[in-house]
Design a protein around this ligand. Structure first.
Ligand code: KG4
Ligand code: ZN
Length: 426
């Protein structure tokens, strides 16, 4: 079958994402216009303080049919006419990286749907999806100023980052902390080269682990962000040895198992385990354990643990369970980690002559990281773009967006597609 590319109403791609603990489906037109983006977050993991893979698969199985149906329904409402499967140009699905069982649910569903509807199937790397969450926004900038993802309107560059190349992309989430040099190919697809990654914990994982250590609910990143505003970021000076760029130069690629074919092997790898241990030591040294145990109990008893920290009322009530010492520790941790990410990203961009910065992944929602990166990028005269907060964390719109150049290049998957939990990019 030669798949039909539909350009009458634009090319509509149904994206499906199930790599971790969010079941998501979205319909995106021409890789940029989000008609629907339904995300079902699995709240069940909060009771366990982290994602339980078996539970994630079970929840994906429960959610996938209603989530896809809702995405199609909302797409119809947004388009102003019924959107049926026959109006789609392709079905895109996350191939990896992620949890094997979780990925399997999305892939099996997408394959069956593609088979049943006679539509082409497109496999998308989750990390490429995160990068496209930003590109999707930036190409919309001129026509939809309200969706502008530049932190400061006045600083918005004349040239949009989506037209620049190469770009330095930081993908920073609960599972990944990667730096990529993203270059446009003559076919308008993208080529990625990994120039840095964490050698131990991901930045979001460090946020979540430190949050858990201090008695905060899961996922801890958004709580840390909200609470940090109430502490002194200079109170706990983490030593430079606890947080530093681990390896650069030509020994690093072997360590990181990355591509060795490039002439310039300089890498910008990171490490977050040192600062996590430093926080644990600080807690022990300052005898904070009892207060932490009480906090965990109180946040659960009051139901605040299930609340959202970006709700001012929830945050205000939760603050009653925090002493200044803990708030200072949280603010200092956040300042240290975001400063480290900022310095490393800017150093990699300068070294490889990047023309702009793309920041994506769950931790890209962090207000301090956005502030620091925006300031530093402006100081270096580099355009920078973030996804909207909704597109920062896992979602299927970014998968459908990343699939669009592959649709144009006719890069289709077949019925043998399987989950690749360790799938790499670049
Ligand atoms: O991209 P994502 O939804 O899933 C992964 O692919 O991992 O990212 C989730 C991660 C979690 O670790 C969460 O704590 C973190 O992003 N996160 C944040 C913030 N919002 C989400 N970390 C720091 N500050 C935030 N505001
Ligand atoms: Zn992700």
């Amino acid at each position: 079958m030669q798949p039909q590319l539909i350009f009458g109403h634009g090319s509509l791609i149904l994206g499906i994402e199930s790599s971790c603990d969010e079941t998501s489906a979205a319909v995106v037109r021409n890789g940029t216009e989000v008609l629907s983006n339904v995300v079902a977050s699995q709240l069940i993991h909060a009771d366990y303080g982290g994602v339980v893979p078996e539970l994630a698969s079970r929840e994906h199985l429960r959610a996938i049919v209603p989530v896809v149906r809702e995405a199609m329904h909302r797409a119809s409402a947004a388009a102003g006419h019924p959107v049926t499967y026959s109006d789609l140009a392709a079905i895109a699905v996350t191939e990896g990286p992620g949890l094997a069982g979780a990925l399997l649910v999305g892939i099996t569903f997408a394959k069956s749907l593609a088979f049943g509807t006679n539509l082409p199937l497109i496999a998308v790397n989750h990390l490429e999806g995160h990068i496209h969450a930003v590109l999707m926004n930036t190409t919309e900038l001129s026509s939809r100023p309200e969706s502008a993802s530049f932190a400061d309107e006045a600083e918005r560059p004349v040239v949009q980052p989506a037209t620049l190349s190469p770009l330095l992309a930081l993908v920073v989430s609960g599972g990944h902390t990667h730096l990529y040099l993203a270059t446009r190919t003559p076919h308008s697809t993208w080529h990625y080269r990994n120039v840095g990654k964490t050698l131990d914990d991901a930045a979001g994982e460090a946020f979540d682990k430190v949050a858990k250590l201090l008695g905060l609910p899961y996922p801890g990143g958004p709580w840390m962000d909200a609470l940090a505003a109430h502490g002194d970021p200079k109170a706990v000076p983490f030593a430079a040895t606890q947080i530093k760029t681990k390896a650069t130069g030509n020994t690093a690629p072997k360590l990181a198992r990355e591509d060795l074919t490039h002439a310039d092997q300089t890498r910008f790898d990171l490490s977050f385990s040192g600062i996590k241990t430093a926080v644990r030591r600080y807690v022990e040294l300052h005898h904070m354990q009892e207060a932490i145990a009480n906090r965990t109990k109180n946040l659960q008893a009051t139901g605040l643990a299930k609340g959202k920290p970006n709700n001012p009322e929830t945050l205000q009530q939760a603050l009653a369970f925090f002493d200044p010492e803990t708030l200072n520790l949280i603010a200092s941790f956040q300042a240290s980690v975001t400063g480290y990410l900022t310095r490393t990203t800017l150093a990699a961009a300068a070294h490889y002559g990047a023309e702009g910065l793309l920041i994506s992944g769950g931790v890209a929602a962090n207000s301090e990281l956005r502030r620091r990166l925006t300031t530093e990028a402006a100081r270096h005269g580099l355009p920078i773009a973030f996804p909207t907060i909704a597109l920062s964390t896992d979602n299927a719109a970014m998968i459908a967006a990343a699939a669009f150049p592959k649709l144009l290049a006719r890069q289709f998957a077949d019925a043998t597609l399987e989950p690749t939990p360790q799938l790499r990019l670049g």
